[in-house]
Structure formats: C-alpha cells, structure tokens
Design a protein. Structure first.
Length: 145
C-alpha cells in the first residue's frame, strides 16, 4: 500500500494525499456529468470534501445556491473522510428520481468507494442516476385527417 493511503479498521479505503483527483479523473467525472445531463435532461453537481456542518445541510445549501436551476438538479455530496454521501434532488428532478433510484445510485458509488476508486464510483453513480432519470418517450398518434 502506498505511503499516502490511510487504513481504517474493517474497511480499507485509499485516500490520496494532496489533490483528490488526477486530471484524467476530473475529465472522466466531467464527461459523466455531461452524459448524465444529455441522457436525462437534469443538471448534476458533485461536491467532494469535508462539509461545513452536516452533510445533508451542505447538500441543501448547494442545491439552493443553484437558484432557479435547483428544480431540475441533482446534487451529490461526498465526504470521503467520514465515508458518507448524500444525493439531493430538486422538485422536478424528484419526479424522475425516486428514493429507490437514488439508493441504486448510492450503491453504485459506495461499491467502488469501498474498492478505493472514488472517481470511478462517482462516474458509475452518475450513470446509474441518469439511466433511472430518463424521461419516458411520448408517442403521438394523431390521425392527421
């Protein structure tokens, strides 16, 4: 195990020193955010780091900071040091992402986090969330005559 990793009892999670993500990892996360938006029409934001206070409250503050765009938004807040994550949805986004869908997204993330892959977990979770948030296609069957 590299010297800049932290071992914790029962679970081992690599925590890199310094920057949390490499340039390639940042690019992969940005691509996943763009793909999730294109696939679902919702806006996605990811915050990784120590929250100012409670994790859920941090997420609510971040969602609120989006202003009018908050309704169509999904905010993922991750505190790797405490091994916690929250997924918050705006009012419109909540119509497409119910509790079951967000739980599946969280499971996608945490399984990768447990293996020490923070960036990969974020990418997998965003993919899961966007797949479940796809808007159903509407078929128009007008007679035209």
């Amino acid at each position: 195990m590299p010297a800049n990793c932290v071992r914790r009892p029962k679970r081992v999670v690599a925590v890199p020193a310094g920057e949390a993500f490499s340039g390639g990892q940042v690019h992969a996360i940005e691509r996943a955010i763009a793909h999730a938006h294109a696939e679902s029409g919702l806006n996605y934001s990811v915050f990784v780091g120590a929250p100012e206070g409670d994790l859920r409250e941090q997420g609510r503050r971040l969602l609120g900071a989006l202003g009018d765009g908050a309704h169509d938004s999904v905010v993922v807040v991750i505190d790797p040091a405490q091994r916690r994550l929250e997924i918050l949805t705006g009012s419109t986004a909540a119509r497409y992402l119910d509790d079951r869908a967000t739980a599946l997204g969280a499971m996608s993330m945490t399984s990768s986090f447990t293996a020490g892959d923070l960036a990969g977990g974020i990418v997998a979770g965003l993919h899961t969330l966007s797949e479940h948030a796809r808007h159903p296609r509407t078929l128009h069957t007008g007679s035209g005559a």
